[in-house]
Design a protein around this ligand. Structure first.
Ligand code: OOG
Ligand code: MG
Length: 265
């Protein structure tokens, strides 16, 4: 694959996102599409959105928990980019989405830059805030489930939106990042639960993985102030109009999302 092919794939995915009309997997036609090529397509896609006035605010790790790896049938951690426009409020309209799903995650806001390779200790020292979060995924591919790792990565790792709860200052909090219990509720009923250790054993290690993947593929640092979603702790749940989603993140707080067919007025 060459620059022209990366650009062509990025345009295809961007058109699918804007029109909410899904496309077949890129690997159906791009036989040389491996992980490195997929990150190049992701970069071309993000560059377009940044050029249109939507700055990068952070990154998201994906496929960091066993629950998600098994749900998607894919077993390697990946990352995607978070743009300013992706931050949503807790009243979420389905307008313009293809087949959205929601999942609970631990997010961080960095108080210091991290780059190249970070030790667990360096990563922990760089965390300023710990934040209960939901990621809303929306694959631009048909059928969501049956795609390959390079397809997902090219599609910015299925990112669509994210919702943040109230940030909790990390330093001096005594918070055990591995031991946060999360209960995920749909319309008042608990449907899934997990501990934060589901994300690569510790969300802090997921942050380390984000630092090295970003360096490996883009030679970029995670800047101070960056938001990092460390990966879903449970399987993702399909979003439906009228649904009420609640996450209870023990020691961090609660997060609610109410789903509407169209924008709330
Ligand atoms: C890929 C993205 C996975 C996570 O938190 O595991 C992800 C997908 O499920 O489509 O964001
Ligand atoms: Mg996610």
């Amino acid at each position: 694959m060459n620059e022209t092919a990366f650009e062509r794939c990025a345009n295809l995915l961007e058109d699918a996102r804007k029109s909410a009309v899904p496309v077949p997997p890129l690997t159906n036609t791009e036989k040389d599409l491996g992980l490195n090529e997929a990150y190049r397509i992701q970069q071309a896609l993000i560059a377009k959105r940044v050029k249109n006035g939507d700055p990068i605010v952070g990154y998201k790790m994906g496929l960091t928990s066993k629950a998600k790896m098994e749900q998607m049938g894919l077993h390697t951690p990946i990352y995607g980019v978070l743009l300013k426009s992706m931050q949503a409020t807790n009243r979420f309209p389905l307008t313009g989405k293809i087949h959205p799903k929601i999942e609970p995650e631990i997010a961080f806001i960095l108080g210091q830059e991290l780059k190249e390779k970070a030790t667990h200790e360096q990563a922990l020292a760089a965390i300023e805030m710990v934040v209960p979060a939901f990621e809303i995924l929306d694959s631009r591919f048909r059928d969501f489930k049956y795609f390959s790792l390079p397809d997902v990565v090219a599609d910015n790792s299925s990112s669509s939106d994210f919702v943040l709860g109230t940030p909790v200052p990390f330093r001096g909090s005594g918070l055990d990042l591995k031991g946060i219990h999360v209960s995920f509720e749909e319309n008042g009923k608990p449907v899934h639960e997990a501990y934060s250790s589901a994300a690569l054993g510790d969300p802090g290690l997921s942050l380390c993985e984000q630092v090295s993947l970003l360096w490996q593929h883009e030679k970029r640092a995670l800047p101070r102030g960056a938001i990092v979603l460390t990966g879903a702790l449970t399987v993702a749940v399909e979003l439906k109009a009228g649904q009420k989603i609640r996450g209870v993140f023990k020691g961090l707080g609660e997060l609610h999302v109410e789903v509407a067919e169209r924008g709330f007025t």
